[in-house]
Ligand binder design. Structure first.
Ligand code: DGI
Ligand code: FE
Ligand code: FE
Length: 187
């Protein structure tokens, strides 16, 4: 699929604010690809598409898990983690995306152990794009753009996510924990 078409798909599907977030993730990912030698075409495409299923109805997300044979365990956690895997599977089915774009979209909600470079770039860009204002986000920006340590940035993001989930009595998906442990050792 051409990039222009991807932008159009997302612009027509998502509310304006979420479309703009997607574009900022793509732009941040491009900037990171330049610094860390990622693949610009892959990260730009993944950034544009990553939240495509963000506002799908729960019933539709559940149906997609069955249709695309996705990990059934995904259903036992917050519905928030589903939109990555579902968007990835849908795009692969309908638009034959590259497998690296697929992984970057699939794992952007939870992360995982041993992510590829372009996958890492999307996971981090989603958290630090300029529209994000969560407490401590500037610390992560510094780890990326000053320390240039992607693995440490992933660890810090995973740690904040895990702390938030525990604090709010939300169940933690195994891949989220695996990501936390893996990048704790890598950083
Ligand atoms: O879609 P965005 O708002 O841009 O951001 P996101 O795709 O990173 O959001 C992922 C959401 O999923 C975020 O609210 C945290 C949540 N999440 C991540 N890992 C887990 C999780 N929720 C549960 N219950 N368990 C997890 O392991
Ligand atoms: Fe998302
Ligand atoms: Fe996002």
């Amino acid at each position: 699929m051409k990039q222009k078409k991807a932008r159009k798909l997302v612009e027509e599907k998502l509310p304006k604010k979420r479309y703009e977030h997607s574009i900022r993730v793509a732009e941040t990912a491009l900037k990171m690809a330049d610094i860390f030698d990622g693949d610009k075409d892959i990260v730009e495409m993944a950034g544009i598409l990553h939240d495509y299923a963000k506002y799908d109805e729960l019933s539709k997300l559940y149906q997609a898990v069955t249709k695309y044979n996705l990990d059934n365990d995904l259903l036992s956690y917050n519905s928030e983690i589903l939109h990555g895997p579902v968007a990835a599977a849908y795009m692969m089915d309908k638009h034959e995306i590259d497998s690296e774009i697929y992984n970057a979209i699939y794992y952007h909600t939870t992360g995982r152990a041993g992510m590829g470079l372009n996958e890492k770039i999307i996971f981090i860009s989603d958290y630090i794009e300029p529209g994000r204002t969560q407490p401590g986000v500037d610390d992560i920006r510094k780890i990326v753009f000053e320390e240039k340590n992607l693995d440490k940035a992933i660890y810090e993001i995973s740690k904040r996510t895990a702390l938030y989930l525990i604090e709010n009595d939300k169940p933690i998906y195994p891949k989220t924990i695996e990501c936390l442990n893996y990048y704790n050792l890598q950083k």
